[in-house]
Design a protein around this ligand. Structure first.
Ligand SMILES: [Zn+2]
Length: 100
């Protein structure tokens, strides 16, 4: 098989995969847009609070933080970005979420 044939084969495979997962890709793209908006929202949220606290989003109670953590994690695609811990920040006098 020539090099061009091999490349064409790979291209065919990729096209077949794209066709096969078309709906999944569409929903992922929708989610991507939602997340981009959400990130913007969170960044604005953070900035407005930066003056008072350490810059992270503050939660008034561990319970609120837990609910937020569950919501955020359920919307994440990348498992590595999942939030795993709630901690109390003495600088903000509030709870934060962290993925570390
Ligand atoms: Zn803080």
């Amino acid at each position: 098989m020539s090099h061009a044939d091999a490349l064409e084969n790979e291209l065919k495979n990729i096209n077949a995969l794209i066709e096969k997962h078309k709906d999944k890709i569409k929903s992922l793209q929708r989610r991507e847009q939602e997340l981009k908006l959400k990130i913007q929202e969170v960044k604005i949220h953070n900035t407005s609070r930066h003056i008072r606290g350490c810059g992270k989003i503050m939660y008034g109670s561990e319970h609120q933080a837990k609910i937020a953590m569950r919501q955020i994690n359920s919307q994440l695609i990348d498992e590595n970005k999942k939030l795993i811990r709630i901690y109390f920040c003495s600088e903000c006098n509030a709870h934060h979420l962290t993925s570390k």
